[in-house]
Structure formats: structure tokens, C-alpha cells
Design a protein around this ligand. Sequence first.
Ligand code: AGP
Length: 608
Amino acid sequence: MCGIIGYIGRKSAPNIILEGLRRLEYRGYDSAGLVTIHTGQFELRKKTGRINDLAAVLKKQPAHGNIGIGHTRWATHGPPTDANAHPHLDQSGKIALVHNGVIENHQSLKDKLIAKGHTFQSQTDTEVLAHLVGEYYKGDLTEAVRLALKDVVGTYGIAVIHVDHPESIVGARRGSPLLLGVGRDENFLASDVSAIIAHTRRVVYLNDFEIVTLTGDDFQVSTIEAATVTPQVREVEFAAEEVERGKYPHFMLKEIFEQPRVVENAIRGRISHDEATGKLGGLNLSPAELRSVDRLIFIACGTALHAGMIGKYLVEDLARIPTETDYASEFRYRNSPIDKNTLVFAISQSGETIDTLAAIRECRRKGHKTLGIANVVGSTIAREVDGGTYMHAGPEIGVAATKTFVSQVTIMTLLAVLMGRMRHLASTRGEEILRELETIPGKIERILKQNDAIAAVAKKYCEANNFLFLARQYNFPIALEGALKLKEISYIHAEGYPAAEMKHGPIALIEPRTPSVFIAPKNSVFDKTMANIEEVKARKGPVIVVATEGNIEIAKKADDVIYVPDTLECLQPLLTVIPLQLLAYHIAVMRGCDVDKPRNLAKSVTVE
Ligand code: AGP
């Protein structure tokens, strides 16, 4: 998961590329580099570390020119070193290339090139691709890229320039996102729109096996088979300031505080009180087709899968349809029996997660209808499923997903009500859920007001090295999500478990230095969960409880309580996740972690 950007136009390329890389840094941040063409020469600067480290190099050794490409890396082949940083040059030193993805057959390609006398400066698969383009170059860079990519097995989003052709940049994609930004007398290539939104809102999303040649005032798109493509220029729906941090110290905190608006955006125009149902227009399935669905499978990764797990509880509870969830990376190889009335639903905020995309493609290969829930308009998953729903949550820059999770759960709720009201869900029940859903933004606001109190709880436990998160039923996926949030930004080992399951092993971990976080709002399984809390207390384990406002009894049992407003049991995850997001955030900050760019992680996982 790297970030790439290209610029060609009348302005100075280095500054535009550097700023674009800052916007892409959340995609990968172990090294960075750029190359421009100036007075017939490459000006190449690359450095291990963050974008600021590259900026420091450029301050000492400025680069010039109005054409260039840049890259911020998440290492796949070869450790983060200056030599392994992109851009990479071909054997002639006249072609420069940046790449996001994995060239799976890079070793066999490298062996053939070495046999032809090529020498390599890095351990990367990307440098092999640069040499391969150089091997095919006979004067036409686009043709050389096309021929080279035909030899490649794997995924790529690339930008390529030739020092003797300062008038054009060549881009291509397969499996890794790449878009063209259409400016006035300038054009851009980028991994995602946040890198160029400050310059243009007009974009062309490239599809797999497409190649683009761009100049300062034009662009041509073709396929790897040299067929001409008529590109669709789209208008991006969010503004530049949405990728700014504003008054917040971290994007993650900003995005946590955006959640009331995010829920409002997710339900806007999607509730019909007259019919007491949800309205999801983009599913592209008729009521009869939706009614014929007799099995639902949610596939996703990470936080998105946790949203799908809540979707399972919602759909089975409200629509009575057998529903399962699966890791996309497992599902794609599991060969699950799917029949014509099984509906596969992909959940992905980025819409580019390669495991989820591959699972969708596996279903489509077998002729099955697939739907998707995505945040990024025009993303690959959004374009390849048969229908679906956009989250309209705005760009999520923090690597740890927060607002997009709450958006996904909101949409799941609408989907469950919609499917339920086509079957056995009474209008009164449907209306009750929808009316309560409309109060959730205000209830999230009330929880956010406890931010300082939650920070105080975080301070008590930020030295711990292990955490357990425990809950039942609708809140069990929240236990998993709370554990994921904590581990991915604070690096503390944390496990989520069904509360009752604790007795079947994890209870062995209980001891005074291991806090247990219980999500125990007032609901049908509260008493059972209380029994589990007692079991932990009896073994001197510290207990933090997320409880319903007014439950003063719990304060006598727990070491710390974080209260959330009361709501319907099926809507509780939308509230109980908020304290856990803030708890993880504050603990990570107190431990000096880079909250927005946690080590080893990247925002969009486009490698398998
Ligand atoms: C969540 O905090 C993680 N950053 C990660 O698990 C993420 O949810 C997962 O990679 C799926 O991403 P997607 O929603 O873009 O497909």
C-alpha cells in the first residue's frame, strides 16, 4: 500500500508532488522520493523515513522542473532503505518509475534481465519493472510500458517518465488504485484523490489493464491491448478542507468527532417513515429479487468485517435471513457453496482492499450478484459490484478506521430494516428502530462530551501490556473492534472475546495488570455479562465497563465506568464503540505513538 503521484503542467513540480505525498503518507510511510525532469536531466531525490525527511533533503538539494513523479512507500520487497525507496531507474538511467503493488514474478523477470547484462541497485520488485520497460523502449514510452506490463504477473499502479520526453507521463493500473486529475493546463496522476483535491476536483478513475498517457493539456486512455478507451471525467464530492486536520491534533480524533454528522449523512434520504422502512437506491435489485434472497454473506477485512458481523446480528434479528460473515481473504479460497439466492455483500471503506476485491471477483466469476458498501466514490470495488451504497462519510485519513465503521453499521441497520420490512418485520417495529436511529447523532454527541473523562480512564491503564475486551450478542463485534483499535494504534496486545467464552481459556490471563473492558449496556444479556464481570473481579482483574446511563449499581462493581445513553439493543453498537475509540486514541497518545500513521500499517491494503 504505497502512494504515488505525478504532475505535468506549467507550475513547479517538486512542491506539488511533495504536498501530494503528504496527503498520501497515510498509505505508507517508511521511505519516500521524487524525480523531476529539468534541462534534460533527471533530478532524483529519495530518502528513508517520512515525507518530512524527504523535504529536508529537498531543502538542501532543491529539485526543479514542471514534470515529475513521486512515491511514499510501504515496504513489500526489501527493507526501508534509501536504495529501496522509489523512484527507480532502468538500466539506461533514462526511465524513472514509481509503483504501488506487488510484481509476483519479479524474480524470474530479474533473472532474465541479469542474463542480458542488467545490474540492479535495490532489492525491490519495482526496479525490475523499470528495467523491463527500459528493455522494451524503442522510442515510444507508452508502448514500452504496455509491452512490459504484458510480462507482469501481479498488481500495479505506476507512473513512468523518460528524461528525453519531458512532455508526458505514462500511468497504468491493475489491482492498485490510480486516478487521473484533470486540471487547467496541468494534469495529475495519484493513488487517491486526496493528493490532488487542492488542485482539481475533476478526476478519471482508471480501470484495471488501462494505460494513460498525459501531457500538460491532454490525456489518452487505452487498454493494455491498445484499444482506445473513452474516459469518464467525474466531479469529486468532497472539498479540500476535508483532508485537513483543522483544530484537532490528529486526524483520528477529528474523525471520531465527525461521527454524529457521519450517521446523519448515512441516513439522509434513506428513511421512509410512511413505509417504516429503509431506502437504499443503489442496490440495483428489485423488491422481488431482494425478497428472494435466502442467504447473505458479508465479506470484508479488519474493522469493516466487524461492521459486517454487526450486520449479521441485525439481518438475522430483523429480517430473519440466515447470514454469515467471513474474512475476505479466507472466503476467496474457501469455495463456499453459493446458490442463486445467496447475496454476497462486500464492505470496504477504501473500496480498494485487494482481498475483498479478489473475493468479489471470485463470486462474479461464478456468475453471482455482488453488492458493496464503500466510502470512496469510483473506487474499484464500488465499480465492480452489481450495486451498493456509498457511505458519504468523507475522506478518512487516520489509518485506524472510526467514522467509516459507524457509517457502515448505520447502513447495515437500514439494510436490515429494508429486508425485514419485505418479510416479517412489523411496521411499528420498523418505525421504532428508524425513529431511534435518528436520535443516534445526538446521543453520540453526548458521549463525545465525556472525552476528558475517558482520557482520565486511559491514563490509569496506559501502561498495561495486555487488555481483554468482552461482550455479548450485538456488542461482541464491538469487543473485537475495541481490541483492534487499541492494538493497531498503541501496540498493546488486546483480544476481543465473547464474554461467556472467557471461561473457556482467556480467564487464565486475568491478573491485576491486565484490564478487562466489558461492553455491558442495559440489554437482554446484561445480567449474564454481570456474572462475567464478577468472575474477573474475583480474580483481581481490573474492570472497565461501558454501561448505560443511570446504572449506578455497576459503579460498585467496576473499577471504572464509561456511560452511554440508552437505546434499542440493535442500535447499541453505534454508541458503545465511541468510548472504545477514544480510549484507544488517548492511550496511544499517552504512549507517544503516531496515532494517524501507526507503525507497519497503511490505510488501504492493496497487497495480499
Ligand atoms: C481498521 O482500523 C484498519 N485500518 C483495517 O483493519 C481496515 O479496516 C481494513 O484494512 C479494511 O479496509 P477497507 O475498509 O478499506 O477495506
